[in-house]
Design a protein around this ligand. Structure first.
Ligand SMILES: Nc1ncnc2c1ncn2[C@@H]1O[C@H](COP(=O)(O)OP(=O)(O)OP(=O)(O)O)[C@@H](O)[C@H]1O
Ligand SMILES: Nc1ncnc2c1ncn2[C@@H]1O[C@H](COP(=O)(O)OP(=O)(O)OP(=O)(O)O)[C@@H](O)[C@H]1O
Ligand SMILES: [Mg+2]
Ligand SMILES: [Mg+2]
Lengths: 256, 256
């Protein structure tokens, strides 16, 4: 039993990478085999897990270009049961290169078929756009986790994202659904956070996770050490909230 | 005397739109005629200035598609001397549509030639990517203002951006230079902010503005009222810091 989940939102800086790294690592803690794909040319998930961008391995670029299989590109991380396929700067050119290809939106989906049953969850950290890289992730995925910062512009962007998901469900991937919406960077002292959170719960009901990720300095510090939050500071509210989110997701998908 | 300045950084959520809206509005306060172009499909600058996305006007999309001149698409805002060319959802498809065009990277630059001398500054708010929309902005611009959040991932992304600017200078726009780097969302209580800020000043020296934009709740609240910060809360630290940034930029470019 395996599930491919995209972590996507075209609004920038809402916590996609922070959620991808810390959720994947927290699920790996429970003994599940987890794979994280970094399809963002910025490569923040790759460096957030301490993988150097200069290592001479195959990356997601080679997979999309057809020069490598997924299994040849898989790397171990400092977390047991968590593996990664790293990003590379070449992904910047991939969007233009993919345009001319046949079935350009399902290249990633086909590449993943060889390994999908070896992992309980495969997460895909997406760039802040709705271009061909994110499109490939949404076609390969069964569902989408949408991190949303509790701010006005992030709220405004949700309509565009749900519209795009509906479009992809109709044309390319009939099973695609929202796995859940994660409220991030929630600041209890700030009324804007409360207003935006209640607005999102009003529209999306129980699609919104109970777990809310608070604004927490340790979550901003951990990436500079190349570690997920529970290896950097297990006592932080950031570590607690992502462990609680992992439990909530395991519970919803029926823990074995 | 007029200057076209792109506001760009492929890292998401670093304060591009907040800087575009509030700097443009602050400069307009000093009596200069200012034009803001919103080339981001998200359209946050457009809504941040209270322009409804459903208004039946020409947008940046029609300009890039060749169906409208820039002057036909210019709208007034609630701020004297500040005009805007709004974004539209159609820009999402523009990147793919532009690929096949001749001189696809200089479509915006040619379109702007008819109006450039009517404004003291023309700012372009860019999406969080280095695709054809941002490329068009960087080819049309004489310089780039780079907002950088004082966080690790934002620092990591600066190398990629400066490399891209160098590439564009060599191939398309020999005059392109960094106008300045703006440190944003600076939290004095947080040592990460201080570390990242000193790292950036070490690398970029006096390209970094003296004015540092603090993390300030009012800057997050103002967009939901469709107002720049000084119309929403003139006494806020956010308003003070963007007015000070405007003064610094006027001073550097020799106020008339
Ligand atoms: N809950 C949190 N508390 C404090 N800081 C956070 C939190 N979540 C994320 N951050 C920080 O905020 C910034 C933005 O988060 P992140 O990079 O994960 O967003 P993203 O959506 O992946 O951005 P992009 O759109 O560029 O891919 C990062 O510097 C990160 O360290
Ligand atoms: N100095 C600040 N203090 C507090 N909040 C801020 C500040 N600057 C920006 N914000 C808020 O942080 C969020 C990100 O800022 P903004 O949208 O301007 O960044 P951006 O770089 O334009 O994002 P994108 O990459 O999606 O275009 C917004 O919700 C904004 O209101
Ligand atoms: Mg990211
Ligand atoms: Mg923006």
């Amino acid at each position: 039993m395996s599930k491919i989940v995209a972590i996507a939102n075209q609004k920038g800086g809402v916590g996609k990478t922070t959620t991808a790294v810390n959720l994947a690592a927290s699920l790996a803690l429970s003994g599940e085999r987890i794979l994280l794909l970094d399809i963002d040319p910025q490569g923040n998930s790759t460096s957030g897990l301490g993988i150097s961008r200069d290592s001479p391995v195959h990356t997601l670029y080679e997979i999309l270009a057809g020069n490598s299989s997924v299994s040849d590109a898989i790397l171990d991380t400092s977390v047991d049961h968590l593996s990664i396929v790293s990003s590379s700067i070449d992904l910047l050119g991939a969007e233009i290169e993919l345009i001319a290809r046949e079935e350009r939106e399902s290249i990633l989906s086909s590449a993943l078929s060889e390994i999908r049953d070896s992992y309980r969850y495969i997460f895909i950290d997406c760039p802040p756009s709705l271009g061909l890289l994110t499109l490939n992730a949404l076609v390969a995925a069964e569902s989408v986790i949408v991190p949303v910062q509790c701010e006005y512009y992030a709220l405004e962007g949700l309509g565009l994202l749900t519209q795009t998901i509906r479009l992809i469900r109709r044309s390319f991937n009939p099973g695609l659904d929202i796995e859940g919406i994660v409220l991030t960077m929630f600041d209890t002292r700030n009324s804007l956070s409360h207003q935006v959170a209640s607005e999102i719960r009003k529209h999306f009901g129980d699609k919104v996770y109970q777990t809310v990720i608070p604004r927490n300095v340790a979550l901003g510090e951990a990436p500079s050490h190349g570690k997920p939050i529970f290896l950097y500071d297990i006592r932080s509210r950031g570590a607690e909230s992502y462990l609680s989110l992992a439990k909530e997701i395991l519970h919803e998908n029926g823990v074995r």
